[in-house]
Design a protein around this ligand. Structure first.
Ligand SMILES: C[S@@+](CC[C@H](N)C(=O)[O-])C[C@H]1O[C@@H](n2cnc3c(N)ncnc32)[C@H](O)[C@@H]1O
Length: 218
């Protein structure tokens, strides 16, 4: 993964991530929150939705990369917590929320456990099994995307009420190269490590995104 220095291009290209963040915010119960903690804010796509749609007193924003702070600062005077969420303590919160981030988390079990100690409610979106299938089929590279059942199994020890659904999006491009550029700009890397011949023989003009949404309560 390589988001730092790519944030500007991310925001212009994150069509799916923008729809996903909107869908996610619609799942959040309409009530007062003293403290909301957002994991992996990036350029603030979900943050903007939080600010417009939710009622809260404190909003704590995390991202692994310090560059994210500059985007969030433009939106609100913010409490920004830089760092890898897998190595950070998470403040006590009424709601922990995250969009399009958890597919990058190495040890999801450990993170879900830590989150459940800090909050009774976790609401998140994540890319799931068969996400970007065109890429894994051709290049043989992929994150280890889990399916909805596997994610539910991981969440079950820590949350009593778990609900969710999955959604599929297909993006169409003029050329296969355009689809690869789009991926690069949204931070999906790994393809760069392959050889030119493999890139040239890539022939798909579409990308399939598969997203899971989860609402978890203790
Ligand atoms: C695909 S972007 C999503 C950004 C934003 N939430 C959105 O909906 O557009 C993923 C973000 O998660 C951040 N991220 C990835 N792994 C992280 C980690 N372990 N801890 C904190 N942030 C992380 C990246 O830096 C990046 O900003």
């Amino acid at each position: 993964m390589n988001f730092d220095k790519k944030f500007d291009r991310y925001d212009e290209n994150a069509h799916i991530q923008k729809i996903v963040a909107k869908n996610l915010i619609n799942l959040v119960p309409d009530k007062w929150y003293d403290t909301i903690f957002e994991i992996g804010a990036g350029t603030g796509i979900l943050t903007k939705n939080i600010i417009t749609n939710l009622k809260y007193k404190n909003l704590l924003i995390n991202d692994k990369y310090f560059e994210s702070k500059k985007y969030i600062e433009d939106l609100i005077s913010v409490n920004f917590i830089e760092g890898d969420i897998e190595n950070l303590d998470i403040n006590k919160s009424d709601l922990i929320i995250s969009s399009s981030v958890f597919q990058w988390i190495e040890d999801k079990d450990e993170l879900f456990k830590k989150i459940s100690k800090s909050s009774d409610t976790l609401i998140f979106s994540i890319y799931i099994k068969d996400n970007l299938i065109e890429i894994s089929d051709h290049f043989g590279v992929s994150l280890k995307y889990l399916d909805m059942k596997e994610l539910k199994t991981l969440l079950t020890p820590y949350f009593k009420k778990i609900s969710g659904y999955e959604e599929k999006f297909t993006l169409k491009f003029d050329t296969p190269m355009d689809s690869l550029k789009h991926l690069k700009n949204t931070g999906v890397t790994g393809i760069g490590q392959t050889n030119i011949k493999k890139i040239k023989s890539y022939s798909s003009k579409k990308l399939t995104y598969k997203v899971g949404y989860f609402i978890c309560e203790k």
